[in-house]
Design a protein around this ligand. Structure first.
Ligand code: BTN
Length: 253
């Protein structure tokens, strides 16, 4: 079934939802709605996103009818902000498990991988009013049937349908994903959320190269802490705490 305003709003009722056939960025639309007082759990969904934003200033383009593109508005306690990144990736992993997808993992901090290739990216953005947290927009892009074959991304990206070898309905995925977001939201601040995220991380124990404050740190991804920071041990056994960055596999030499 194709995504239309009628099908999406009916499937999600009574959750407040906005659907657009095409938009620049769902995160921008959700941020605006949040600033106008959107309720916790409200969601913006699009069929095609033409100016999507990724982490670290990258772009995230999505052709029509090929992906699940959404931004969920959440109103957590500020103390739980570090777990919002974990929550998004974890909810997507659970949704993929439910499809009997195999080899699902998380590449730190929140890329969801299938067979080592990226199936989804998560971009949380926070809105403050002075020192008061207004809320969070949790943007998610999930490749459902984008054909990466023959493109530069063929070795790095994958879609749900090609991994499963069967078609899926985006509307079913959407409903399931939102339930899992609700579930993990109710577990914010718990060890259960942190431990589940950590268990899924494929990065731990690997040799990595990661940029930290303008410098490249090379070492072994030793662990993560409860704020979601990656702890990298270099060849002199010094631990580097990295809060955000882009990881590449590298040698520790
Ligand atoms: C990443 O770089 O891995 C994060 C990508 C996040 C993309 C999603 S798509 C829905 C939401 N709207 C955006 O503009 N970006 C996020």
């Amino acid at each position: 079934m194709s995504l239309t305003e009628t099908t999406v709003l009916a499937a999600l009722a009574p959750r407040p939802a906005r659907f657009y056939p095409q938009i620049g960025s769902t995160n921008d639309a959700a941020m605006e709605w949040l600033s106008q007082g959107a309720k916790h759990g409200s969601v913006v969904i699009v069929d095609e996103q033409v100016k999507g934003r990724g982490r670290l200033g990258r772009t995230w383009h999505t052709p029509p009818a090929t992906a699940l593109i959404l931004s969920v508005i959440l109103r957590p306690d500020a103390a739980h902000l570090p777990q919002l990144t974990m929550l998004g990736a974890l909810a997507i992993c659970d949704m993929l498990d439910h499809l009997d997808m195999e080899h699902v993992s998380i590449k730190w901090p929140n890329d969801v991988l299938v067979n080592g290739k990226k199936v989804s990216g998560v971009l949380p953005e926070v809105l403050w009013e002075g020192k008061r947290l207004t809320g969070v927009v949790l943007g998610m892009g999930i490749n459902v049937r984008i054909d990466f074959s023959g493109t530069d991304l063929a070795h790095h990206a994958i879609s749900i349908e090609s991994a499963l070898g069967r078609p899926v309905q985006r509307l079913d995925l959407l409903k399931d994903l939102l339930e899992r977001i609700d579930f993990w939201f109710s577990h914010l601040g718990t060890d259960e959320l942190f431990e589940n995220w950590k268990r899924r991380l494929t990065t731990l124990g690997q040799s990595v190269q990661v940029e930290n404050e303008g410098r490249i740190v090379t070492g072994v991804a030793y662990s993560v802490d409860s704020a979601g920071a990656l702890l990298v041990m270099d060849s002199t056994s010094k631990l580097h705490r990295i809060l955000a960055g882009d990881i590449g596999l590298g040698s520790t030499g």
